[in-house]
Design a protein around this ligand. Structure first.
Ligand code: SF4
Length: 433
């Protein structure tokens, strides 16, 4: 059995989105009334493309091209500001992701933060989150983040083994990552989060543990542990064709040892991927659980039953074409690509997004929201109880430890037939099957 079928970080997947007509942001803006929403800014620029990456990001964009992107994002922010004005929208979390946001030069970073402050309103306890990478983490850029009030910095380290980084086609060295992490710790951000990957060809449980031991010594507030996926146009697919193989059985053993180690070190495990130092009493809003508005090109907005973004693309040409379209866009309120979820799909999304994250799915919360019983709606959950994948204390339905390690196999089983068909159709069209 392969427990690594699909990472269900959101539902439905972007490959199930299609062309929309007659939809405008104004029609859904009331979803952003009052306080408590997420704002996401996508900066799709990277110095090099990692071998496993199939995110919306491009390499080789110069200063002027990034400036033009920021100009477009500013125009978009201005239009959104006007649309949201009657609703008193206040955002409680801003996430700046990519891409590699810190690839921006200092003045561009400052301009970006000014833009976010100028056009949007926030709650007092706003979280400001930014992703970085070891190669782009300098003292001057960290100063800018500190000045801007960043509360959480996330760095993709992936491994402290140069050999494994080479296999992943990550261009930074382990030593560079150590230095960047040490520098980041100097600035005492409220939360530093580091990402690691297991299941890398040639990797062993011991080498995963060695990387994690080094990471723990830096005392990050959070560690994310990702199984390696090579999908949808990732560069490493070429290596797979030449004989590189992923070994899910080995990856599972690595996961078990790594997760046991982190728990023993005092990290609380919140999902298959997320480990939080238990001294952290921090509230955490997982990406895409609530209402969220995206800026830039490639990020997703979640407004009630409407999810939308630019069309999903896995090629450099496709990304460049989307970027060009974004830079020349005049009317950012027109929504042309996405999905409007039915009640049934909203239920599926709710189950997927809550069950895979601790403390789990609140039974009364589901009933209050949908007026039905989750186990009647999804009889498969009763089956999972019998198999020992989920348990309940009558308040929450929670994944057991066995269920947790099978998250990427259980989650996809909750995808509806209609969404599966759309995803398969996209894959056929894009030559992935
Ligand atoms: S994985 Fe992240 S850093 Fe690497 S190419 Fe993709 S977006 Fe850029």
């Amino acid at each position: 059995m392969n427990p690594y079928r699909q990472y269900m970080y959101s539902y439905p997947h972007k490959t199930a989105y299609r062309t929309l007509t007659g939809v405008r942001l104004e029609m859904y803006a009331s979803c952003l009334s009052g306080a408590g929403h997420g704002l996401y800014l996508h900066l799709p620029f990277c110095r090099t493309k990692c071998g496993y990456c199939n995110l919306f990001s491009v390499t080789g964009q110069d200063h002027t091209q990034i400036d033009r992107y920021l100009e477009a994002a500013e125009r978009q922010s201005g239009q959104y500001e006007q649309i949201l004005a009657p609703y008193g929208s206040r955002f409680s979390e801003v996430v700046i992701g990519g891409g590699t946001p810190l690839l921006l030069e200092e003045e561009q970073l400052e301009r970006m933060f000014r833009m976010l402050e100028r056009h949007f309103s926030y709650t007092d306890e706003r979280e400001l989150v930014i992703e970085t990478s070891p190669g782009e983490t300098s003292r001057t850029k960290l100063e800018i983040l500190k000045q801007a009030g960043v509360t959480r910095v996330s760095m993709g380290i992936q491994s402290f083994s140069d050999e494994e980084l080479h296999t992943l086609k990550r261009k930074h060295s382990a030593q560079k990552a150590r230095k960047a992490l040490a520098l980041m710790k100097e600035y005492a951000f409220p939360c530093v989060n580091v990402d690691f990957i297991y299941g890398i060809p040639g990797q062993t449980a011991d080498s995963v543990l060695n990387s994690l031991k080094e990471a723990v010594a830096f005392e990050p507030e959070e560690i994310f542990l990702y199984p390696l996926y090579i999908k949808h146009g990732a560069g490493l697919q070429k290596e797979m064709k030449k004989g590189m193989v992923l070994q899910p059985g080995e990856a599972l053993l690595q996961y078990r040892e790594a997760s046991a180690y982190l728990r023993a070190e005092g990290f609380r495990q919140d999902s298959m991927r997320r480990f939080v130092r238990s001294t952290q009493g921090r509230k955490y809003t997982e990406c895409s659980l609530g209402t969220s508005l995206a800026l830039g090109c490639g990020g997703r907005s979640y407004l009630g039953n409407l999810h939308y973004c630019s069309p999903y693309t896995i090629t450099r040409e496709g990304c460049l074409a989307q970027l060009d379209r974004f830079i020349h866009m005049e009317d950012f309120a027109q929504i042309t690509h996405g999905i409007v979820l039915s009640e049934e799909e909203l239920k599926r999304r709710y189950v997927i997004r809550h069950l895979l994250i601790r403390p789990g799915l609140c039974l009364s919360g589901y009933r209050e929201l949908f007026g039905t019983c989750v186990e009647e709606d999804f009889p498969i959950l009763k089956d999972w109880k019998i198999k020992g994948y989920v348990c309940t204390d009558d308040t929450f339905l929670t994944l057991t430890e066995t269920g947790l390690e099978l998250s990427d196999d259980l989650g996809p089983r909750l995808i509806s037939r209609e969404i599966s068909e759309k995803m398969e159709e996209w894959e056929h069209r894009n030559g992935q099957i």
